[in-house]
Design a protein around this ligand. Structure first.
Ligand SMILES: Nc1ncnc2c1ncn2[C@@H]1O[C@H](COP(=O)(O)OS(=O)(=O)O)[C@@H](OP(=O)(O)O)[C@H]1O
Ligand SMILES: Nc1ncnc2c1ncn2[C@@H]1O[C@H](COP(=O)(O)OP(=O)(O)O)[C@@H](O)[C@H]1O
Length: 206
């Protein structure tokens, strides 16, 4: 179902259909839009792999955009913290933005912890069948903690950060992700190749 088909709670708010639509924009870019939704613990490698994948696809001539948790929280979601409620609202907003970007004909990557299955499923349902690919960046907590690229695990263990994912806040792992990455077993380059193969298999890139 598209947003155009979803009734608005206020009957005076109506959908405006424009002449230039998603199909037109995608054809103009000679690509199939998609959303690759990276999910995983802090330090699991979401930004690293999504960034390397975006670079590779951009070099191949695809039109892309990477939505990154840290960056979005500086602007669109700067009013949100890390309670369960705020994380759900964060993912709801990002899902809507990502949907608009696929509407623009882009191949979109998102790198958010997105800890809850229910919100990831809601984002999946925003898009047509086959356009949402869940990418589970499956890195054991011990490995993330030993990497600790921002020193946040150290702070969380010291009790300086409340509700830290994996320590004092839940992470619900995907049950059937389209792409399952093991960053403690493979290099970034190998993981990017795995994502490219999945994109080919899904018919998103040629
Ligand atoms: N309490 C707590 N728990 C988890 N992460 C925290 C927290 N406080 C700050 N940070 C930093 O915020 C980044 C996660 O933001 P997200 O928007 O991806 O989180 S969420 O999807 O809403 O759960 C996360 O970035 P990544 O390390 O890139 O995942 C952290 O740098
Ligand atoms: N195979 C790998 N894949 C991804 N990241 C890796 C890998 N091996 C080591 N790393 C390192 O792990 C860290 C992951 O950090 P980051 O990408 O910011 O994670 P996240 O966005 O999930 O918080 C980086 O310092 C990265 O260099």
């Amino acid at each position: 179902m598209s947003a155009a088909d979803t009734p608005h709670p206020d009957e005076n708010v109506v959908w405006h259909k424009h002449v230039i639509d998603k199909q037109y924009r995608a054809e103009q870019k000679k690509q199939r839009p998609a959303l690759l939704w990276f999910t995983g613990l802090s330090g699991s490698g979401k930004s690293t792999v999504a960034g390397a994948l975006e670079s590779k696809l951009a070099q191949m001539g695809y039109h892309t955009y990477l939505l990154d948790g840290d960056n979005v929280r500086h602007g669109l979601c700067r009013d949100l913290g890390f309670s369960d409620h705020d994380r759900r609202e964060n993912i709801r907003r990002v899902g809507e933005v990502a949907k608009l970007m696929t509407d623009a004909g882009l191949i979109v990557f998102s790198a958010f912890i997105s800890p809850f299955r229910e919100e990831r499923q809601l984002v999946r349902e925003l898009l047509p069948e086959g356009e949402f690919l869940e990418v589970f960046v499956d890195t054991p907590l011990e490995v993330c903690e030993s990497r600790d690229p921002k020193g946040l695990y150290k702070k969380a263990r010291a009790g300086e950060i409340k509700a830290f994912t994996g320590i004092s806040s839940a992470y619900e792992a995907p049950e059937a992700p389209e792409v399952h990455l093991h960053t403690d077993e493979h290099s970034v380059e190998a993981l990017v190749d795995q994502c490219i193969a999945s994109l080919r298999q899904a018919g998103i890139i040629g």
